[in-house]
Ligand binder design. Structure first.
Ligand code: AMP
Length: 249
């Protein structure tokens, strides 16, 4: 079984985000970029399936600038076998990402796509759903458990107030939720080995997909600063504040 894992290069989750002065987006220059955390979970799940003898090959795919090679090398160091960089310097919206991924999937013929439920930069939560629709494949989003049984995937999903378990025939698309697994750190020997693994580059323009944006960012704003908290001296004071200041009881 071959698994394809799309991985996006995003601003590192630990970097304090600063809004650009003109409000057109957030500052990215000279800041640490990393693999989207939900995609790390997707790579981990694919590697686990390979270690369990269920999968035989993992290909990681990233759409982005030349620097997205680093993200792909991380996926290779975690255990992916090969990587494809779909090169573009443009900002690519989820529908165009899904169409580019479909083009790569038609070349790679995977049995399963495991991807993040959401990229932490645009928070779109659209690409997996659009990709499954474009391919005409079944999809299970927000997976917290994945079992592959023959030609089927049995996926437990985190839904409001509980869990739902779905069964679907492969090929299929799965998107990962936070509790699916804990991604491994790539060991130094694996980082070294990853440098020798195959990484193919494809020009996004060669895949016949329009990258023209359909959305315009009107404004970007920081959340309002939180008011400082205060300490209360007694339960009576707390109850008084909740009643008369916060007016929540
Ligand atoms: P989104 O719909 O933008 O929130 O992204 C959901 C998932 O789609 C991400 O977790 C990635 O797995 C995949 N994805 C989105 N953008 C890209 C990209 N530029 N390159 C590779 N994968 C991507």
């Amino acid at each position: 079984m071959k698994i394809l894992v799309p991985v996006k290069r995003v601003l590192d989750a630990n970097v304090a985000v600063r809004v650009k002065s003109d409000g057109t987006g957030v500052e990215l220059a000279n800041l640490k970029m990393s693999m989207n955390p939900f995609d790390e979970i997707a790579v981990e799940e694919a590697v686990k399936l390979k270690e369990a003898g269920v999968a035989s090959e993992i290909v990681a795919v990233s759409i982005g600038p030349a620097q997205a090679q680093d993200t792909l090398r991380t996926a290779l160091a975690m255990g992916a076998d090969t990587a494809v960089l779909v090169r573009t310097d443009e900002t690519v919206e989820p529908l165009a990402v899904a169409k580019l991924l479909r083009a790569i999937i038609e070349q790679q013929n995977p049995d399963l796509v495991i991807m993040g439920k959401q990229a932490i930069d645009d928070d779109s939560n659209q690409t997996a759903q659009m990709l499954a629709a474009l391919l005409g494949w079944p999809q299970a989003t927000f997976a917290s458990k994945v079992v592959i049984d023959g030609g089927k995937a049995i996926v437990t999903r985190e839904v409001d107030g509980g869990l739902e378990t779905l069964e679907m025939a492969l090929p299929a698309v799965i998107s990962t939720d936070l509790r699916l697994n804990t991604p491994r750190y790539a060991s130094l020997p694996n980082v070294m080995k990853a440098k020798k693994k195959p990484l193919e580059e494809v020009d996004a323009a060669s895949l016949g997909v329009s990258l023209a944006p359909t959305l315009k960012v009107v404004s970007t704003a920081r959340p309002a600063d939180r008011k400082p908290g205060s300490k209360v001296g007694s339960v009576a004071e707390l109850v008084d504040k909740l009643k008369n200041e916060a007016r929540v009881i």
